[in-house]
Design a protein. Structure first.
Length: 255
């Protein structure tokens, strides 16, 4: 079976035979504002809850994860020159599934869960026959208190990117001043363009937000938290990807 590449042309995605599939950048998705708090789930509209960020090249590494009837967000962290793509998400996003789907633009990519740890709530996904056009570089230090961290993912099924300042930063604990909703689980957390955590939710549930047209309610969790730090991510990826002859990209390394 031939692999295909997904290319954007005249606003459409076209499949052509190639050696490995190139992932197209994820498009923005518009969503009408919600009623209760007069805010929005989308960066296209002002929000009283989220501090939206501008689109940036490192966002192209972010993907949606589909696992059975559920799912969340993820991020491409490694690839090789032939046919292997590696992504990260939360353990709780993929459990108990052994195979999941990575969604990037119109491309739906089957992937295997090759490693998962509930303690740090991280899972490694590998897709054979595909390449990532963009991978996230992993930070080489802990973020400092007060630094601005960006979360990029698909909360509420909407492509979103917002920021919050660091509240707590220590070994395998990163908490920032930001709310998450369902679908944000597995979202990469960035310091600048560098990956520094995988968002898993928050410790407390607060108010709900509502889509005024669809009537969907979303519970806010706070603070946005990662149970893994960048150095642990780099160590685990290096250990688990040896069999594929792939190494994660660290801050300062060429892509």
């Amino acid at each position: 079976m031939k692999n295909v590449a997904v290319l954007a042309a005249a606003g459409l995605f076209i499949a052509i035979p190639v050696a490995a599939q190139q992932i197209s950048p994820i498009p923005e998705t518009k969503l009408a504002p919600i009623g209760v708090t007069r805010t929005s789930l989308s960066p296209n509209s002002p929000s009283k809850i989220w501090k939206w960020t501008k689109k940036a090249p490192h966002h192209e590494a972010v993907v949606k994860i589909s696992a059975g009837n559920a799912g969340g967000s993820g991020v491409c962290v490694a690839t090789n020159s032939t046919d292997t793509l590696v992504a990260l998400t939360n353990h709780h996003v993929v459990t108990p599934h052994k195979t999941v789907t990575i969604v990037a633009g119109n491309a739906k990519i089957p992937a295997k869960v090759i490693w998962a740890d509930p303690k740090i709530d991280v899972a490694i996904l590998v897709a054979r026959g595909y390449q990532a056009s963009k991978t996230a570089q992993i930070l080489d230090r802990l973020p400092a208190s007060g630094e601005s961290i960006e979360v990029v993912g698909f909360g509420g099924g909407v492509y979103r990117h917002f920021s919050g300042d660091v509240l707590v930063s220590s070994s395998n604990t990163l908490r920032i001043d930001a709310n998450l909703i369902s679908g944000d689980s597995g979202s990469p957390m960035f310091l600048g363009e560098h990956l520094c955590g995988i968002a898993r939710g928050g410790d407390s549930y607060g108010n709900k937000v509502r889509h005024e047209y669809q009537g969907d309610y979303w519970s806010l969790t706070y603070p946005a938290t990662s149970d893994v730090d960048a150095k642990t991510l780099a160590r685990v990826l290096t250990s688990q990807l040896g069999r594929y002859n792939i190494k994660p990209t660290l801050a300062g390394s060429p892509q």
